[in-house]
Each structure stands twice: as structure tokens, then as C-alpha cells.
Design a protein around this ligand. Structure first.
Ligand code: PLP
Length: 268
């Protein structure tokens, strides 16, 4: 028997997020996205959600120190090339994650500030928003809020037009994050336009034609996971965002209706 040659470890990306029993969002969406980019998935589970396509009926948090231990275990043994966060259900979880990531200075971190499911159910309260602002954004390379999340983080009404989106993106930089990608999919108009705001750069717009999608459940997860995958592969941030936007557009086009509620995107 000959032992196959070990060709070195693949690029890795870590998702620090919750499970979604429908398979549409959360860790499943992230892992499927990493795989599509040929990036090895590492996972730190933050919460188990009990949900159908119509509602989230329960959110069971994992102990914050167990979340931190999952991160440290794979960082020590395997190595993390990039990370993303999704549902962080309490301020204590945000702090535990920030502390674990503080030792991993070279790992680019993408923060998807998820506080509400597409069904409207709450996945994180004001304390989580506050902890994201003070503890996690200063450590992150990128934050990817949609309009509602951008408003909550900026302590303002959700952006209503492109100028508001740029302004909120700039305000987010004040919290110490490297860049903000404010996604405008919920804005009226015939384009879905997102803006990348970085320190010392003009805002960069990424627009695609608006699609008649079967559903958007999971789209935020897929976007942030695709950016993290790009960063794990060594892409510069604007290139990672460009590829991620194209990938989400494909996932929306392949969208599926699974149950009685709205449809989900389909990463591939
Ligand atoms: N993570 C989990 C576990 C969820 O259940 C949800 C939404 O239901 C999300 C993240 C956010 O999903 P989206 O990608 O639609 O913003």
C-alpha cells in the first residue's frame, strides 16, 4: 500500500455562525459557499435555531466559551486563512469571539451583523449591536450590513438612497472597521447596488440588474461567506467583493422554494 502524497493543506475559511434547520441560511449556506470557492470549511457554532421557512421558533445559544474554544482549536491545529461571523446571539458571545480572534491578528474577519431573520424574527438584540460596534468592528476587515442592519449599527434610520448608504458606510469606519459593504438590495429601483466604503478610497459601487428571485433567505450569509472565501484565497478586498456579488447573483438566480414560506438562495 502506498500512502498518497500530502499536497499541503487547502485554503481554509472559518464560519462563526448559527445553524438554520431549513438549510437555507447560517452555517449550511456558508459551508456550501466556501466549498464552491474550493475553500475548506471550518465551523464554530454559536447557536442552534429551530426554524421552518415561515418562522424561527427557538434560538438555543451555545455557551460563549465553547464558541471561543471551537475557534482556538482549529486555529491552533489547522490554521485559518479568513473568517466570517453570522448570528452571535448575545453580547457575551460577541465578546468571546472578539477575544478569541484578538490572538489571530493575521486572519481577515468579515462581520455579517445578523440581528433579524428574513421572517422578521429577532436573532440578536440591541446589546449585540452595541457589542459588535465596540468589540468586533475594531477587529474586522469588513462589515456587510443590509439597509436595516446599517441603520441599527449607525444609530440612524435605514439608508433610503445611495447617498445615505455612502454616509452610513463612512460612519461605520469610525468604529474602526477596515471597510463597510452596505448592501442595497432592499432599495427601490431596477438595480441591486452595494457600496464598498474604505478608508482613504472613493466609495466603490457594485451593481447588478434586479432579479425576480424566488426568495432571498440566505443571501446575506452567502455574500459574507463568499467575500471571506475570496480573502482566504488571497484576493484583495475589492476583487473579493466583486466575485462575491457575482456569486450571490447566481445563487439568487438558482433560488428555490422549499416549504410554505419564502424561498432561499442556492449556493453551488
Ligand atoms: N443565520 C441564521 C442561523 C439564520 O437563521 C438567518 C436567517 O434566518 C441568518 C443567518 C440570516 O439570513 P440572511 O442570509 O437571509 O440574512
Amino acid at each position: 500500500v502506498t500512502v498518497p502524497i500530502n499536497r499541503g493543506r487547502p485554503r481554509t475559511a472559518l464560519t462563526i455562525a448559527g445553524t438554520d434547520s431549513t438549510g437555507g441560511a447560517g452555517i449550511v449556506a456558508d459551508v456550501r459557499t466556501f466549498s464552491a470557492f474550493d475553500v475548506w470549511p471550518l465551523i464554530a457554532v454559536t447557536a442552534v435555531t429551530v426554524q421552518s421557512t415561515t418562522s424561527v421558533s427557538r434560538l438555543v445559544p451555545i455557551a460563549p466559551n465553547a464558541v471561543a474554544e471551537q475557534i482556538i482549536a482549529v486555529a491552533d491545529d489547522i490554521g485559518i486563512d479568513a473568517a466570517k461571523t453570522g448570528v452571535l446571539s448575545s453580547a457575551a458571545t460577541v465578546h468571546a469571539v472578539a477575544t478569541a480572534l484578538a490572538t489571530l491578528v493575521d486572519v481577515p474577519v468579515v462581520v455579517d451583523p445578523v440581528v433579524r431573520a428574513s421572517t422578521g424574527d429577532v436573532l440578536g438584540d440591541d446589546d449585540v449591536i452595541g457589542a459588535l460596534r465596540t468589540a468586533l468592528l475594531p477587529r474586522a476587515a469588513l462589515v456587510t450590513p443590509n439597509l436595516a442592519e446599517a441603520g441599527r449599527l449607525c444609530r440612524a434610520d435605514p439608508p433610503r438612497n445611495r447617498r445615505d448608504m455612502e454616509e452610513c458606510g463612512r460612519a461605520l469606519l469610525e468604529f474602526g472597521v477596515g471597510a463597510a459593504l452596505v448592501t442595497g438590495g432592499h432599495l427601490d429601483g431596477d438595480a441591486a447596488a452595494d457600496v464598498l466604503v474604505r478608508v482613504d478610497h472613493e466609495p466603490e459601487w457594485f451593481a447588478t440588474a434586479r432579479l425576480a428571485a424566488l426568495g432571498t433567505h440566505g443571501s446575506g450569509c452567502v455574500l459574507s461567506a463568499a467575500v471571506a472565501a475570496g480573502l482566504a484565497l488571497g484576493d484583495a478586498l475589492p476583487e473579493a467583493v466583486r466575485r462575491a456579488k457575482a456569486y450571490v447573483t447566481g445563487a439568487l438566480e438558482r433560488g428555490v422554494v422549499l416549504g410554505r414560506g419564502p424561498g432561499a438562495v442556492r449556493p453551488w
